[in-house]
Design a protein around this ligand. Structure first.
Ligand SMILES: Nc1ncnc2c1ncn2[C@@H]1O[C@H](COP(=O)(O)OP(=O)(O)O)[C@@H](O)[C@H]1O
Ligand SMILES: [Mg+2]
Length: 348
Protein backbone atom coordinates (compact mmCIF):
# COMPACT_ATOMS: atom_id res chain seq x y z
CA UNK A 1 0.00 0.00 0.00
CA UNK A 2 1.23 3.46 -0.82
CA UNK A 3 1.99 6.55 1.18
CA UNK A 4 -0.47 9.31 0.30
CA UNK A 5 0.23 12.93 1.09
CA UNK A 6 -2.82 15.17 0.81
CA UNK A 7 -2.57 18.96 0.80
CA UNK A 8 0.23 18.91 3.34
CA UNK A 9 1.10 22.31 4.77
CA UNK A 10 3.44 22.84 7.69
CA UNK A 11 3.94 26.11 9.50
CA UNK A 12 6.57 26.32 12.23
CA UNK A 13 5.71 28.48 15.24
CA UNK A 14 2.27 29.45 13.90
CA UNK A 15 0.84 32.66 15.26
CA UNK A 16 4.22 33.92 16.45
CA UNK A 17 6.34 36.63 14.84
CA UNK A 18 8.69 33.80 13.75
CA UNK A 19 5.95 31.86 11.98
CA UNK A 20 7.32 30.22 8.81
CA UNK A 21 5.50 28.01 6.34
CA UNK A 22 8.05 25.35 5.39
CA UNK A 23 5.74 23.16 3.28
CA UNK A 24 2.89 24.43 1.20
CA UNK A 25 0.02 22.29 -0.11
CA UNK A 26 2.01 19.20 -1.05
CA UNK A 27 0.05 16.42 -2.75
CA UNK A 28 1.60 13.16 -3.92
CA UNK A 29 1.50 9.38 -3.69
CA UNK A 30 4.53 7.14 -3.17
CA UNK A 31 4.00 3.60 -4.42
CA UNK A 32 5.50 0.48 -2.89
CA UNK A 33 8.99 -0.33 -4.12
CA UNK A 34 9.77 3.11 -5.52
CA UNK A 35 13.16 4.71 -4.92
CA UNK A 36 12.30 8.36 -4.46
CA UNK A 37 14.93 11.06 -4.53
CA UNK A 38 13.86 14.24 -2.73
CA UNK A 39 15.91 17.13 -4.08
CA UNK A 40 16.04 20.78 -3.27
CA UNK A 41 18.23 23.61 -2.13
CA UNK A 42 18.92 24.02 1.60
CA UNK A 43 15.78 25.32 3.29
CA UNK A 44 13.44 24.08 0.56
CA UNK A 45 11.51 21.92 3.04
CA UNK A 46 12.90 18.44 2.39
CA UNK A 47 13.47 17.53 6.02
CA UNK A 48 10.15 19.02 7.11
CA UNK A 49 8.41 16.97 4.41
CA UNK A 50 9.96 13.59 5.22
CA UNK A 51 9.48 14.02 8.97
CA UNK A 52 5.73 13.98 8.31
CA UNK A 53 5.89 10.54 6.72
CA UNK A 54 6.54 8.74 10.00
CA UNK A 55 4.53 11.04 12.22
CA UNK A 56 7.45 12.92 13.72
CA UNK A 57 5.86 16.20 12.62
CA UNK A 58 2.13 16.87 12.43
CA UNK A 59 0.70 18.79 9.49
CA UNK A 60 -0.72 22.25 10.07
CA UNK A 61 -3.12 21.43 7.24
CA UNK A 62 -3.64 18.21 5.29
CA UNK A 63 -3.00 14.58 6.08
CA UNK A 64 -0.66 11.66 5.47
CA UNK A 65 -1.96 8.13 4.89
CA UNK A 66 0.30 5.13 5.33
CA UNK A 67 -1.22 1.89 4.07
CA UNK A 68 -4.57 3.64 4.07
CA UNK A 69 -4.35 4.81 7.71
CA UNK A 70 -4.35 8.52 8.43
CA UNK A 71 -1.30 8.76 10.71
CA UNK A 72 -2.07 12.35 11.62
CA UNK A 73 -5.20 11.37 13.52
CA UNK A 74 -5.26 11.20 17.28
CA UNK A 75 -4.98 7.72 18.73
CA UNK A 76 -2.75 6.31 15.98
CA UNK A 77 0.20 4.53 17.57
CA UNK A 78 3.41 6.11 16.37
CA UNK A 79 5.24 2.89 17.19
CA UNK A 80 3.00 1.13 14.65
CA UNK A 81 3.77 3.84 12.10
CA UNK A 82 7.49 3.50 12.69
CA UNK A 83 7.34 -0.24 12.14
CA UNK A 84 6.18 0.65 8.65
CA UNK A 85 8.18 3.81 7.96
CA UNK A 86 11.72 4.07 9.29
CA UNK A 87 13.46 7.44 9.28
CA UNK A 88 17.22 7.86 9.39
CA UNK A 89 18.00 11.43 10.43
CA UNK A 90 20.72 13.55 8.96
CA UNK A 91 23.93 12.79 10.91
CA UNK A 92 22.20 9.84 12.62
CA UNK A 93 25.42 8.84 14.38
CA UNK A 94 24.79 11.66 16.86
CA UNK A 95 21.82 9.67 18.13
CA UNK A 96 23.82 6.59 19.08
CA UNK A 97 23.88 6.22 22.83
CA UNK A 98 24.09 2.59 23.97
CA UNK A 99 27.32 1.11 25.23
CA UNK A 100 27.54 -1.53 22.50
CA UNK A 101 26.64 -1.65 18.83
CA UNK A 102 24.36 -4.64 19.39
CA UNK A 103 22.41 -2.83 22.11
CA UNK A 104 22.02 0.25 19.99
CA UNK A 105 20.70 -1.69 17.01
CA UNK A 106 18.43 -3.68 19.35
CA UNK A 107 16.78 -0.56 20.76
CA UNK A 108 13.93 -0.37 18.21
CA UNK A 109 13.09 -4.11 18.14
CA UNK A 110 13.13 -4.13 21.96
CA UNK A 111 10.56 -1.35 22.04
CA UNK A 112 8.46 -3.45 19.71
CA UNK A 113 8.33 -6.10 22.43
CA UNK A 114 9.96 -8.85 20.38
CA UNK A 115 11.51 -11.96 21.93
CA UNK A 116 15.24 -12.03 22.66
CA UNK A 117 15.80 -14.59 19.92
CA UNK A 118 13.98 -12.45 17.38
CA UNK A 119 15.83 -9.32 18.53
CA UNK A 120 19.23 -11.04 18.18
CA UNK A 121 18.29 -12.31 14.76
CA UNK A 122 17.22 -8.83 13.63
CA UNK A 123 20.39 -7.21 14.99
CA UNK A 124 22.56 -9.66 13.03
CA UNK A 125 20.43 -9.24 9.91
CA UNK A 126 20.52 -5.43 10.10
CA UNK A 127 24.28 -5.33 10.61
CA UNK A 128 24.77 -7.56 7.58
CA UNK A 129 22.48 -5.31 5.53
CA UNK A 130 24.66 -2.28 6.27
CA UNK A 131 27.84 -4.18 5.45
CA UNK A 132 29.18 -4.58 8.99
CA UNK A 133 30.64 -7.79 10.38
CA UNK A 134 28.39 -8.55 13.36
CA UNK A 135 30.98 -10.81 15.02
CA UNK A 136 33.52 -8.02 14.88
CA UNK A 137 31.48 -4.99 15.90
CA UNK A 138 28.49 -6.22 17.94
CA UNK A 139 30.20 -5.89 21.33
CA UNK A 140 32.24 -2.79 20.52
CA UNK A 141 31.27 0.64 21.69
CA UNK A 142 29.75 2.52 18.74
CA UNK A 143 32.00 5.42 19.69
CA UNK A 144 35.12 3.40 18.89
CA UNK A 145 34.08 3.07 15.25
CA UNK A 146 34.89 5.33 12.31
CA UNK A 147 32.37 8.01 11.29
CA UNK A 148 31.19 5.94 8.32
CA UNK A 149 30.78 2.83 10.47
CA UNK A 150 28.85 4.77 13.11
CA UNK A 151 26.48 5.96 10.43
CA UNK A 152 25.98 2.36 9.31
CA UNK A 153 25.18 1.32 12.87
CA UNK A 154 22.57 4.08 13.08
CA UNK A 155 21.02 2.94 9.79
CA UNK A 156 21.03 -0.66 11.06
CA UNK A 157 19.08 0.52 14.12
CA UNK A 158 16.27 1.71 11.86
CA UNK A 159 16.45 -1.34 9.57
CA UNK A 160 16.14 -3.66 12.57
CA UNK A 161 12.52 -2.47 12.88
CA UNK A 162 12.06 -4.03 9.38
CA UNK A 163 10.15 -1.04 8.01
CA UNK A 164 8.51 -1.35 4.60
CA UNK A 165 9.69 2.16 3.79
CA UNK A 166 13.10 3.53 4.62
CA UNK A 167 13.67 7.28 4.63
CA UNK A 168 17.22 8.61 4.66
CA UNK A 169 17.77 12.33 5.19
CA UNK A 170 21.03 13.33 3.45
CA UNK A 171 22.74 10.00 4.21
CA UNK A 172 26.06 11.06 2.69
CA UNK A 173 26.34 14.44 4.43
CA UNK A 174 29.80 15.08 5.81
CA UNK A 175 31.37 11.88 4.46
CA UNK A 176 34.50 11.80 2.33
CA UNK A 177 34.13 10.64 -1.31
CA UNK A 178 34.92 7.03 -0.51
CA UNK A 179 32.50 6.97 2.43
CA UNK A 180 29.82 8.51 0.24
CA UNK A 181 30.24 5.97 -2.52
CA UNK A 182 30.12 3.10 -0.13
CA UNK A 183 26.96 4.33 1.65
CA UNK A 184 25.27 4.95 -1.71
CA UNK A 185 26.20 1.47 -2.92
CA UNK A 186 24.83 0.02 0.32
CA UNK A 187 21.52 1.86 -0.17
CA UNK A 188 21.34 0.76 -3.81
CA UNK A 189 21.85 -2.87 -2.84
CA UNK A 190 19.34 -2.65 0.00
CA UNK A 191 16.66 -1.39 -2.36
CA UNK A 192 17.50 -3.96 -5.05
CA UNK A 193 17.55 -6.90 -2.64
CA UNK A 194 14.76 -6.11 -0.19
CA UNK A 195 12.41 -4.24 -2.56
CA UNK A 196 11.61 -1.86 0.27
CA UNK A 197 10.45 1.62 -0.63
CA UNK A 198 13.36 4.04 -0.26
CA UNK A 199 12.99 7.80 0.08
CA UNK A 200 16.34 9.55 0.02
CA UNK A 201 16.79 13.25 0.62
CA UNK A 202 19.78 14.76 -1.12
CA UNK A 203 20.98 17.93 -2.67
CA UNK A 204 23.44 16.10 -4.91
CA UNK A 205 22.19 15.18 -8.37
CA UNK A 206 25.17 12.92 -8.90
CA UNK A 207 24.35 10.96 -5.74
CA UNK A 208 20.73 10.47 -6.59
CA UNK A 209 20.76 10.13 -10.39
CA UNK A 210 22.02 6.53 -10.57
CA UNK A 211 19.64 5.32 -7.85
CA UNK A 212 16.23 6.93 -7.95
CA UNK A 213 13.26 5.69 -9.95
CA UNK A 214 11.52 9.03 -9.37
CA UNK A 215 12.65 12.45 -8.31
CA UNK A 216 10.68 15.02 -6.36
CA UNK A 217 12.14 18.49 -6.67
CA UNK A 218 11.24 20.99 -3.97
CA UNK A 219 11.66 24.73 -3.93
CA UNK A 220 10.52 27.07 -1.16
CA UNK A 221 8.24 24.45 0.36
CA UNK A 222 6.55 23.51 -2.89
CA UNK A 223 6.84 20.47 -5.09
CA UNK A 224 7.99 21.94 -8.39
CA UNK A 225 8.87 18.80 -10.39
CA UNK A 226 8.13 15.10 -10.15
CA UNK A 227 9.29 12.56 -12.68
CA UNK A 228 11.86 9.99 -13.67
CA UNK A 229 15.45 11.25 -13.55
CA UNK A 230 15.39 11.42 -17.34
CA UNK A 231 12.31 13.61 -17.34
CA UNK A 232 13.59 15.88 -14.59
CA UNK A 233 17.12 16.32 -15.95
CA UNK A 234 15.74 17.69 -19.25
CA UNK A 235 14.88 20.82 -17.28
CA UNK A 236 18.47 21.90 -16.75
CA UNK A 237 17.82 25.62 -16.81
CA UNK A 238 14.81 25.47 -14.48
CA UNK A 239 16.89 23.39 -12.05
CA UNK A 240 19.75 25.91 -12.22
CA UNK A 241 17.30 28.70 -11.50
CA UNK A 242 16.40 27.09 -8.16
CA UNK A 243 20.00 26.47 -7.18
CA UNK A 244 20.33 22.87 -8.39
CA UNK A 245 22.46 21.36 -11.09
CA UNK A 246 22.08 18.32 -13.30
CA UNK A 247 24.33 15.22 -13.24
CA UNK A 248 27.65 15.56 -14.99
CA UNK A 249 26.52 13.52 -18.02
CA UNK A 250 23.51 15.78 -18.59
CA UNK A 251 25.62 18.90 -18.11
CA UNK A 252 28.23 17.66 -20.59
CA UNK A 253 25.53 16.92 -23.14
CA UNK A 254 23.99 20.33 -22.68
CA UNK A 255 27.32 22.08 -23.18
CA UNK A 256 28.14 20.03 -26.25
CA UNK A 257 24.76 20.95 -27.72
CA UNK A 258 25.43 24.58 -26.90
CA UNK A 259 28.71 24.27 -28.82
CA UNK A 260 26.79 22.98 -31.85
CA UNK A 261 27.31 19.23 -31.42
CA UNK A 262 23.94 17.58 -32.25
CA UNK A 263 23.68 15.48 -29.09
CA UNK A 264 20.36 13.71 -28.53
CA UNK A 265 18.07 15.07 -25.84
CA UNK A 266 17.46 13.41 -22.48
CA UNK A 267 20.82 11.72 -21.81
CA UNK A 268 22.32 11.94 -18.34
CA UNK A 269 24.50 8.92 -17.58
CA UNK A 270 28.13 9.10 -18.66
CA UNK A 271 28.05 5.74 -20.52
CA UNK A 272 25.09 6.84 -22.65
CA UNK A 273 26.70 10.21 -23.34
CA UNK A 274 29.88 8.42 -24.41
CA UNK A 275 27.89 6.14 -26.74
CA UNK A 276 26.12 9.12 -28.27
CA UNK A 277 29.45 10.84 -28.93
CA UNK A 278 30.85 7.68 -30.53
CA UNK A 279 27.75 7.29 -32.67
CA UNK A 280 28.02 10.90 -33.85
CA UNK A 281 31.63 10.28 -34.79
CA UNK A 282 30.55 7.22 -36.79
CA UNK A 283 32.43 4.91 -34.47
CA UNK A 284 31.16 1.66 -33.00
CA UNK A 285 28.79 1.84 -30.07
CA UNK A 286 30.15 0.68 -26.74
CA UNK A 287 30.38 -3.07 -26.23
CA UNK A 288 29.59 -5.07 -23.13
CA UNK A 289 33.29 -5.11 -22.30
CA UNK A 290 33.40 -1.31 -22.25
CA UNK A 291 30.40 -1.22 -19.97
CA UNK A 292 32.06 -3.52 -17.46
CA UNK A 293 35.12 -1.28 -17.33
CA UNK A 294 33.67 2.22 -17.45
CA UNK A 295 36.95 3.94 -16.56
CA UNK A 296 38.84 2.58 -19.51
CA UNK A 297 35.98 3.10 -21.92
CA UNK A 298 35.17 6.59 -20.79
CA UNK A 299 38.64 8.01 -20.88
CA UNK A 300 40.48 6.53 -23.81
CA UNK A 301 37.64 5.91 -26.27
CA UNK A 302 35.90 9.19 -25.78
CA UNK A 303 39.02 11.25 -25.99
CA UNK A 304 41.26 9.74 -28.61
CA UNK A 305 38.69 8.61 -31.16
CA UNK A 306 36.18 11.35 -31.35
CA UNK A 307 37.59 13.96 -33.66
CA UNK A 308 34.31 15.85 -33.83
CA UNK A 309 34.80 17.02 -30.31
CA UNK A 310 37.53 19.57 -29.90
CA UNK A 311 40.30 19.16 -27.37
CA UNK A 312 38.76 21.34 -24.71
CA UNK A 313 35.45 19.56 -24.84
CA UNK A 314 36.93 16.11 -24.73
CA UNK A 315 39.13 16.94 -21.78
CA UNK A 316 36.00 18.18 -20.03
CA UNK A 317 34.46 14.81 -20.85
CA UNK A 318 37.41 13.01 -19.43
CA UNK A 319 37.58 14.86 -16.15
CA UNK A 320 33.84 14.65 -15.81
CA UNK A 321 34.03 10.89 -16.41
CA UNK A 322 36.86 10.49 -13.96
CA UNK A 323 35.05 12.39 -11.24
CA UNK A 324 31.86 10.46 -11.36
CA UNK A 325 32.91 7.11 -12.71
CA UNK A 326 32.50 5.55 -9.30
CA UNK A 327 29.03 6.90 -8.87
CA UNK A 328 28.19 5.52 -12.28
CA UNK A 329 30.00 2.24 -12.07
CA UNK A 330 27.22 0.31 -10.41
CA UNK A 331 24.89 1.43 -13.13
CA UNK A 332 27.41 0.75 -15.86
CA UNK A 333 27.26 -2.98 -15.22
CA UNK A 334 24.73 -3.05 -18.00
CA UNK A 335 24.39 -0.83 -21.01
CA UNK A 336 21.02 0.50 -19.85
CA UNK A 337 20.69 3.64 -17.77
CA UNK A 338 21.02 3.32 -14.01
CA UNK A 339 17.49 4.48 -13.38
CA UNK A 340 16.26 1.78 -15.74
CA UNK A 341 18.28 -0.79 -13.85
CA UNK A 342 16.98 0.49 -10.53
CA UNK A 343 13.45 0.46 -11.85
CA UNK A 344 13.87 -3.16 -12.88
CA UNK A 345 15.02 -3.93 -9.38
CA UNK A 346 11.92 -2.22 -8.02
CA UNK A 347 9.63 -4.15 -10.27
CA UNK A 348 11.31 -7.52 -9.89
N1 LIG B 1 12.29 23.73 13.99
C1 LIG B 1 12.10 24.76 13.16
N2 LIG B 1 11.58 25.93 13.59
C2 LIG B 1 11.36 26.96 12.75
N3 LIG B 1 11.65 26.93 11.42
C3 LIG B 1 12.18 25.80 10.94
C4 LIG B 1 12.45 24.66 11.77
N4 LIG B 1 12.98 23.67 11.01
C5 LIG B 1 13.05 24.18 9.75
N5 LIG B 1 12.59 25.45 9.71
C6 LIG B 1 12.49 26.31 8.51
O1 LIG B 1 11.70 25.64 7.55
C7 LIG B 1 12.24 25.77 6.24
C8 LIG B 1 12.51 24.39 5.65
O2 LIG B 1 13.54 23.77 6.39
P1 LIG B 1 13.96 22.25 6.15
O3 LIG B 1 12.75 21.40 6.08
O4 LIG B 1 14.96 21.93 7.20
O5 LIG B 1 14.62 22.34 4.71
P2 LIG B 1 15.75 21.41 4.00
O6 LIG B 1 15.73 20.09 4.68
O7 LIG B 1 15.31 21.36 2.57
O8 LIG B 1 17.04 22.14 4.16
C9 LIG B 1 13.49 26.62 6.39
O9 LIG B 1 13.14 27.94 6.11
C10 LIG B 1 13.85 26.48 7.85
O10 LIG B 1 14.49 27.63 8.34
MG1 LIG C 1 17.28 19.06 5.65
Amino acid sequence: MPIQVEHLTHTYLPGSPFSATAIHDLCLTIEDGEFIGVLGHTGSGKTTFVQHLNGLLKPTVGRVLVDGTDITQKGVSLLDVRKKVGLVFQYPEYQLFEETVAKDVAFGPKNMGLSKVEIDERVRWALVQVGLDAAQVADSSPFELSGGQMRRVAIAGVLAMKPKTLILDEPTAGLDPRGRRSILEMIRRLHAETHMTVIMVSHSMDDIAPLATRLLVMNRGELVMSGTPREVFRHRNELKAIGLGVPQGAELCWRLREAGVPMPDGLYTLPEVRDAILALAGLRPATEADAVQPNAAQSSDAQSRNDQVDAAQSSAAQSSAAQSSDAQSSAAQSSEGPADAARKGANA
